[in-house]
Design a protein around this ligand. Structure first.
Ligand code: NAD
Length: 451
């Protein structure tokens, strides 16, 4: 569904909105449509430890223009603050105030990325715990202050993970690129040094020898919406696609699969034998599985009937658990298999009228965290994405006023597009992201409802 307000803000009415203090969303620069002039702008790397220098060197090696000090009047593509060496709250001042001073130089749709040590619940050093946890508050608050489509996100280093671990670099490339246009106020925790080094093809997604080449990806609910876009992006990155959807959606599914050179599997994922049918369609081995199919059957709990409750649980969570278990049992997950599941911000914050849906989506977050160990044993990963308001048929069904309000209630003041979710899934399904496991990454423009 078209966001007419966003279109109007791109014209002369944008100035009127500013004077009236109305929301002023800007069109986001997404991967593929980002102008060269923006990509050539310098990146400022702040921080006084060896980690900051290592990141600056890596950026230089990859043909970025790099600055270690802000120069007056120079427009910046990104500010990266490397704070992994800071151990006391007082030690944060120099770098974070440096970020503040450089903010006015940040280009439209620019990026701030903080790189710091992940808070550790069993940390014994109170000052260190205060520093690492404190920084999460810093990055989240800064994201709320960003303007003109710019975002702020953090990369958190697990115990013993160096700043140049493959998944740290993969996460940094993702956050600097237009692929993360709608990811804002979030953290990507790199738990270990697993993962292959990011290649140029991966960073640039040139198509040929793409990062997912030679891998078979199964996407459920691929006939439309987010699933159809996930199929397109994974195919762009080189994967061979198997699209799954209900028999009623067979025609739409065939169209999507024809466009990406993939194979259709008409299947209700709640059916007995769904996992076996998926394994067979994938030629016996699944490399990538995107549990995307999902439904809503909204009602206040007082009016909830059994069929609404049970159908949402069956499609959105029970089928995912059952399919994973069966594929494991039959040895159908390939070495290094990567699963990405669709959660939702409703599963994090809760949502009126969605007790069934929020239960299922919070369930996805739990299932993902609990599955990490089994996938790690295969050299793979299980992660989830939690979209906020995304422009699809699902959200087009919302009442018009609710839809307008929902769009503005994020730091980016607009809904996301299916491609924003798809790019995040492609990143989490890539071999370079194998150091990221058991996590849920929000793609919500820093949605301000609930948590
Ligand atoms: P959509 O309704 O447009 O598409 C869902 C697809 O899943 C449809 O093609 C449908 O036929 C298929 N499907 C439903 N039940 C199935 C079953 N039993 N077996 C096989 N296929 C089935 O939805 P969407 O907006 O593209 O959402 C995709 C996923 O993202 C869902 O899991 C949804 O909960 C989640 N999500 C969406 C949003 C959003 O704003 N659109 C936000 C948060 C989470």
């Amino acid at each position: 569904m078209k966001d007419t307000y966003l279109d109007l803000m791109s014209g002369p009415l944008g100035k009127v909105a500013k004077s009236l203090g109305l929301p002023q969303p800007v069109e986001l620069q997404r991967f593929g449509s980002t102008p060269e002039s923006y990509l050539r702008k310098p990146v400022l790397v702040l921080g006084s430890g060896p980690g900051a220098q290592r990141i600056a060197d890596l950026l230089l090696d990859n043909d970025f223009e790099v600055r270690r000090h802000a120069a007056a009047g120079e427009s910046l593509r990104a500010i990266i603050a490397v704070l992994d060496d800071v151990t006391t709250p007082e030690g944060l001042s120099e770098t974070v105030l440096g970020v503040g001073q450089a903010l006015r130089s940040l280009a439209k749709c620019g990026r701030v990325v903080t790189i710091s040590t992940a808070p550790n619940p069993s940390e014994q050093d109170p000052a260190l715990a205060a520093t690492t946890q404190g920084l999460t508050g810093f990055t989240r608050s800064l994201a709320h202050e960003m303007r003109k489509g710019a975002t702020a996100n953090g990369i958190l280093l697990g115990s013993g993970v160096p700043v140049d671990a493959p998944s740290v670099i993969a996460a940094l490339w993702f956050l600097l690129s237009g692929k993360s246009a709608y990811v804002d106020g979030q953290f990507i925790t790199v738990g270990d040094a697993a993962g292959t080094a990011v290649t140029d093809a991966e960073f640039l997604s040139t198509g040929q020898a793409g990062p997912l080449a030679g891998r078979t990806a199964v996407v459920t609910g691929a006939a439309r919406g987010i699933g159809a876009e996930v199929a397109r992006v994974l195919a762009r990155d080189g994967a061979h696609l198997i699209g799954v959807d209900m028999p009623q959606a067979g025609q739409a599914l065939a169209q999507v699969m024809n466009a990406v050179g993939g194979k259709s599997l008409q299947l209700d994922i709640t059916a007995d034998g769904a996992a076996d049918a998926i394994a067979e369609a994938a030629g016996g081995r699944v490399d990538i599985l995107v549990h995307n199919a999902g439904i809503t059957r909204d009602k206040l709990l007082a009016n909830m009937d059994a069929s609404r409750w049970e159908s949402v649980i069956a499609v959105n969570i029970a089928s995912q658990a059952r399919i994973n278990a069966r594929l494991f049992e039959q040895g159908r997950f390939a070495e290094g298999a990567q699963v990405v599941s669709l959660a939702s911000t409703s599963g994090i914050a809760g949502n009126r009228g969605q007790t069934n849906y929020a239960t299922s989506k919070a369930g996805v977050i739990g299932l993902t965290a609990a599955s990490a160990g089994d996938f790690a044993a295969l050299g793979g990963t299980a992660n989830a994405v939690a979209p906020g308001f995304i422009e699809t048929d699902m959200t087009a069904a919302m009442p018009a006023l609710t839809r307008q309000v929902a769009r503005r209630l994020s730091s980016l003041q607009q809904g996301g597009l299916p491609v924003d979710v798809a790019e995040t899934i492609a990143f989490l399904a890539s071999a370079s992201a194998r150091g990221i496991n058991g996590q849920t990454l929000r793609v919500c423009g820093q949605n301000m409802v609930g948590a």
